[in-house]
Design a protein around this ligand. Structure first.
Ligand code: OAD
Length: 251
């Protein structure tokens, strides 16, 4: 374990943890692109994850998201999620910002998670925008490639849509602002399991680096690091994060 990273964690006052699909990979949750396998492989993400796609074929899009939601309901938080929840008890302040639409951080015990790309659980009306409360938490056999009629809004009768950010849509403004504010204030940012390619979320570590924070990437794909206070830890989050916690704070 890099001693500079251990030292930065031990001394930090405000830790920002920024996560992407890789943090849930060891829980068996397919990433956005991996999710288009098997019977879904013949679909282009741009055909499924847009408001236009939902308008044109709600059963196709709702069926795909229900399949993903059922996969997440069956998944369990892994050591990376649990270590991030534990870190909140070890540092004076922790802000957790995720690009993921699953709820595995919450189920691992993290509180006040900032979801930049929405949530599979938070569906709402496609027309009037009001929240839809009726999604069942009961496990249903996920059926790949199955079309499914979306529920109807109890207020206006229009179709209910998944509460995620689709291509061409804006991110939730309040969540994005909180993430940017925390990036400007933190002294250490751990970027875990993200390719850092999708904007504006990818600005979060960039703002932290510009504001003088130490930035550490945790990813099996080593990151090309540029800044003097930027480090890459190459490996799986479920292995490296517990090692880092132990090195900084003991058991
Ligand atoms: P990506 O699928 O682009 O990247 C996942 C990253 O996780 C890759 O860099 C992998 O190398 C890494 N990874 C894989 N296994 C890992 C492990 N065990 N530990 C640590 N890292 C691991 O996912 P995101 O960066 O989250 O947006 O993608 C960002 C956004 O692109 C998503 O939120 C989604 C998508 O389009 C929307 O839906 C709006």
């Amino acid at each position: 374990m890099n001693p500079a990273v251990v030292e930065a964690l031990r001394n930090c006052r405000h830790l920002l943890v920024f996560t992407g699909a890789g943090v849930s990979a060891e829980s068996g949750v397919p990433t956005f692109r991996d999710a288009l396998t098997g019977l879904w492989a013949r679909f282009d993400p741009a055909r499924l994850a847009t408001p236009e796609a939902f308008s044109a074929d709600p059963e196709l899009v709702w069926g795909w998201y229900e399949w993903r939601r059922q996969r997440v309901l069956r998944a369990m938080p892994n050591l990376a999620h649990r270590t991030i929840a534990e870190l909140a008890r070890r540092v004076p302040r922790l802000t957790l910002v995720t690009q993921n639409v699953d709820d595995l951080h919450e189920r691992a015990g993290s509180q006040d998670v900032i979801h930049l790309h929405g949530s599979l659980q938070a569906s709402r009306c496609f027309e009037c925008g009001r929240a839809h409360e009726g999604l069942s938490d009961e496990l249903d056999e996920p059926q790949e490639g199955r079309r499914l009629a979306p529920p109807r809004c109890v207020h206006c009768g229009a179709a209910v849509r998944p509460g995620v950010v689709w291509f061409g849509e804006s991110l939730p403004q309040a969540a994005l602002q909180r993430a940017f504010d925390a990036a400007g204030e933190c002294d250490l940012l751990l970027s875990v399991g993200t390719s850092g390619l999708v904007y504006p979320a990818a600005q979060v570590p960039q703002i932290a680096a510009r504001s003088g924070a130490c930035v550490v990437h945790v990813n099996p794909q080593p990151e090309a690091v540029g800044g003097a206070r930027e480090y890459s830890l190459a490996g799986a989050a479920g292995t490296l994060l517990p090692q880092l916690l132990r090195a900084a704070f003991g058991d």
